[in-house]
Ligand binder design. Sequence first.
Ligand code: HEM
Length: 314
Amino acid sequence: MDVSTYRRRPHLWRAEAGKSDRRVRPSPLSVSSVISLGLGSAGRRPVPVTAASKKGLLVTATKEPPALTPDISSPTIRKANRRSNFPIIDLYKSSVGKKWIMALTGIMLMGFVLFHMIGNLKMYLGESHFNEYAEFLRQLLVPIVPPTGVLWILRLGLIGAFALHIQSAYALTRINHKARPVNYKSPRDYVAVNWAARTMRWSGIIVGLFLLWHLADLTWGWANPDFVNGNPYSNVATSLDRAPVAALYILANIALGFHLYHGAWSIFQSLGSMSARFNPRHNPLRRGFAAGFAILVAGVNITFPIAVLTGVVG
Ligand code: HEM
């Protein structure tokens, strides 16, 4: 029906409008057809009041039609940070700064697990060697500093690195979630990105929980009924002789291996991509280093509970 027919017979238009009442949701087609009929221009003809128009669902001449194109505006991802007087704090508040903190604290923690693993190898040399090594760490730089002084400085550095590592991981995860409230469209991207992110999350949580147990077990002695102060060799032997505890150590070290692999690889990506000399052609080498480091640390650590269970140590 053309415009002139509707002008001559307004009851037909009313009937049409009554039908669209049942259609409820206006589609771009109905909007454009109303406009093309010339009935969309304000002031021409009174528009019948229907249930749908009361709800604001019917497109009428007295109302702005809804946008014909999909809403492509994105929500504000993050409010701009207010500048402080300290550039280092401004850097930390930015995503780039957090990635740097993650990477630098990650390197410190990688250094710790590597040296801890090398130190633990002394276990294979026997009780006296292992206990002497532990005592050597306590006596570092004595008498310039009091006993365990250097150890405590190292411990505080380690605690600080650990806290900053977790805090920036949490903050970066939140920023990522806010930046991508909608899932990836391609299942391939989704799988690739989320596998790495999820692996880091679960392995990080397992390693963190293991660490609490590990300290209660071998440093404070709460979780080991046979704990002997100042005799780490005997403590390792009596603790890992319990099969569930040995299994826990093995599981935690597998999680540590995954965490180290993804972590080392991400460090290269975070720090490397900010450098003009970053060459993606060396990525296989970087992956090789990340995998080698993870397998070395986790693999050697796993030998300790196996050695205790099989009687090689103890
Ligand atoms: C099977 C593997 C491991 C063994 C046999 C082992 C053994 C030990 C022992 C014997 C101590 C006490 C040292 C002492 O008091 O003199 C200790 C402390 C500690 N371990 Fe492990 N460890 C292992 C894996 C790990 C892993 C994977 C981590 C980190 C994720 C870790 C982190 C620590 C920390 C933070 C301390 C406390 C250091 C200190 O207070 O000076 N350990 N470990």
